[in-house]
Write a protein that binds this ligand. Structure first.
Ligand code: SF4
Length: 217
């Protein structure tokens, strides 16, 4: 099975429950959500003119619209050059694609999988994959995606954003334990203060985008 990949690289996970864990990021191309604040706008469209060779993707040293269809077996070969055993499948919106094959193949090779999704599409992956749901205010996540999630990470800019958090959480009817994370947008100090107060009040986790503070990819 082939996946359209924009970037593949090793770094430190900077967000959510796995913050600080060495991770390989596989960034898939394509996202129909088009958030105005998106910092990966270059992943939105799978334009044929940007379809390049695998080598160009592997050797990328700056973000751009270029992508390549890469087969799972080639992805596994690429991963061998790195030490991390945690793989984050991100985007774009990775759940535009059936991720069952890639997550199962990775697990067979002892990788732990995590998917970061906005929740607008059904999540098709292995049962052991950790799902990080990051709902966007401009398009509500599917209820099935909320239920499948292991953690829900909310970007917070202003105090009124907390209403969206409470609103989403109030829809959840199951008893599954989920990590709830608040993430201040763009290292904004006021947003950080709002997040700290709400996290302490509700016993939620603060996610500060560590990679931005330590200035890594
Ligand atoms: S869902 Fe994510 S990748 Fe898609 S536009 Fe919004 S922030 Fe960007």
């Amino acid at each position: 099975m082939y996946y359209p990949i924009n970037e593949i690289f090793q770094t430190i996970q900077g967000e959510g429950q796995y913050t600080g864990i060495p991770s390989i990021f596989i960034r898939l191309q394509g996202c129909p959500v088009h958030c105005s604040w998106c910092d990966t706008k270059y992943t939105w469209i799978c334009n044929q003119k940007d379809n390049v060779s695998i080598n160009e993707i592997i050797n990328k040293n700056q973000s751009n619209k270029k992508w390549s269809f890469i087969h799972v077996k080639d992805i596994l070969k690429i991963l061998k050059k790195w030490t991390a055993k945690h793989v984050v499948i991100s985007g774009g919106e990775p759940c535009l694609y059936d991720l069952l094959k890639i997550t199962k193949k990775l697990e067979k090779k002892d990788y732990q999988c995590q998917i970061e999704t906005s929740g607008i599409k059904n999540i098709i992956c292995s049962l052991d994959t950790w799902i990080t749901l990051s709902p966007k205010k401009n398009i509500n996540p599917l209820y099935a995606s909320i239920i499948r999630s292991n953690e829900i990470k909310f970007p917070i800019c202003k105090k009124k954003d907390l209403l969206y958090v409470y609103n989403i959480l109030s829809t959840i009817k199951d008893k599954k334990k989920r990590i709830i994370c608040l993430q201040p947008v763009s290292q904004n100090k006021q947003a950080l203060k709002i997040c700290i107060e709400a996290c302490i009040k509700n016993n939620w986790k603060l996610s500060v985008q560590l990679h931005k503070y330590i200035e890594i990819q």
